[in-house]
Ligand binder design. Sequence first.
Ligand SMILES: [Zn+2]
Ligand SMILES: [Zn+2]
Length: 276
Amino acid sequence: MDWSTFTFDHFLQRAGHGIEFEIFRYLLGTMSTFVIIWLGLSHLLRYRKIRKPTPRARQIRSELFWSAMTVLVFVGMDIIIFDAAELGIFQKYDDVAKYGWVWFFVSIPVMIIAHDTWFYWAHRFMHLPRFYKLFHMRHHRSHNPTPFTAYSFAPLEAVVEYAFVPVGLMLIPIHNTAFYIVMMVMIFKNATAHCGYELMPKSWARLPMLGWLTSVTHHDMHHERASGNYGFYFTWWDRWMGTEHKNYLERFETAGDWARKADAKLAAGPALVPAE
Ligand SMILES: [Zn+2]
Ligand SMILES: [Zn+2]
């Protein structure tokens, strides 16, 4: 490797690209979730709103501040990661012909499954009492999450979350475009997991295979109780390790019932008070 290329200009160029990519990814995922679900579909989804209270603007402001910190951490790591790519330690490649189209498409779920495994165990590690405060408490300050909770991490947690990227790239050969797709799936899954509205139909969680996918309720319960339901994409690690909340399926199916009951009560009118 030619170390003479590592100039300040080179660093600024890398930082510029990293900031563009990370801000674009973050804003696209969180803003589109916010605009589509919170602003566009909130009325249609009102009977699937998981919690009655809506988080306050103050919470969102704090989430945006910590998300900006996370973007900076990710950019710093991107600079190191992309420099490391020049050392040839990653299996990322440009030419589809190297592994073929079948692997191009298979590598996407393989990377997602690997990330889910990383997330589950890193998440459990960060919930250990000795690490919780330093790594993960910031994320749980959002007791009732919003799409912007997605990146609301303490800097140390941001490092742990993003460390999957270099590890995954070392272990799994993946085409540049497939990797980009995985990164976009990651932010959309993250933003929707915190959106506060259950997006799947009631029958979903009991379906074979599809029930392995985590729902919004799954992660919402994790924020509500700050324990259990540690998985990101899939429910299987929680089920294998016995960490899924016992009433998850029931909560999934009844998500938003409070709003339906409140509307029914309103439609029935005020209870008659017997005249004295
Ligand atoms: Zn969360
Ligand atoms: Zn947690």
